[in-house]
Design a protein around this ligand. Structure first.
Ligand SMILES: [Zn+2]
Length: 163
């Protein structure tokens, strides 16, 4: 067992990727993406933003990764709403006396263009973390055709000691 964290600030970082395939919904940051021809191949709902977000929360306090808490070999997690994963990670962070302060997330996806959904994704991520929308930065990139059947996400966040 490691000693209790005492730093006033802790940085968290998470990353996730899913292969995309036809006939599946694409959900990012809890927001269903309209006009997506392909969706994530996954055991859960395949929300790459929320998976990276949960890993960022856990990594900030060296709590491991979501695979330890929600193994994809567990049938109970099939089709799981990834908001549940984020809520669990947030609980673990808060139990240790920290809260998230701000978040920066990057989604790399070739199609469809996500710009019109920036506010919806920021609002939903803010809601899940109990933050104002102004504390959630959302960036969109493409792979420039290098990975057209792939969604990749990266999330960094700052945790502050609250107790
Ligand atoms: Zn994932």
């Amino acid at each position: 067992m490691t000693s209790s964290p005492t730093l006033p600030y802790r940085i968290g970082f998470g990353e996730d990727a899913h292969r995309l395939s036809g006939g599946r919904p694409l959900i990012l940051g809890g927001v269903p993406i309209p006009n997506a021809e392909k969706g994530a191949v996954a055991h859960s709902d395949g929300d790459a933003v929320l998976h990276a977000l949960a890993d960022a929360l856990l990594s900030g306090l060296a709590l491991g990764d979501i695979g330890q808490y929600f193994p994809d070999t567990d049938a109970a997690h099939k089709g799981l709403d990834s908001a549940v994963i984020v809520a669990r990670a947030l609980d673990l962070v808060q139990e240790r006396g920290y809260v998230p302060a701000n978040v920066a997330l990057v989604v790399t996806l070739d199609k469809p263009k996500l710009g019109p959904l920036r506010a919806a994704i920021a609002q939903n991520v803010a809601l899940l973390l109990g933050l104002p929308e102004s504390e959630v930065g959302v960036s969109f990139k493409t792979s420039e055709g290098l990975a057209p059947d792939h969604v990749q996400t990266r999330v960094t966040l700052l945790l502050v000691r609250s107790a």
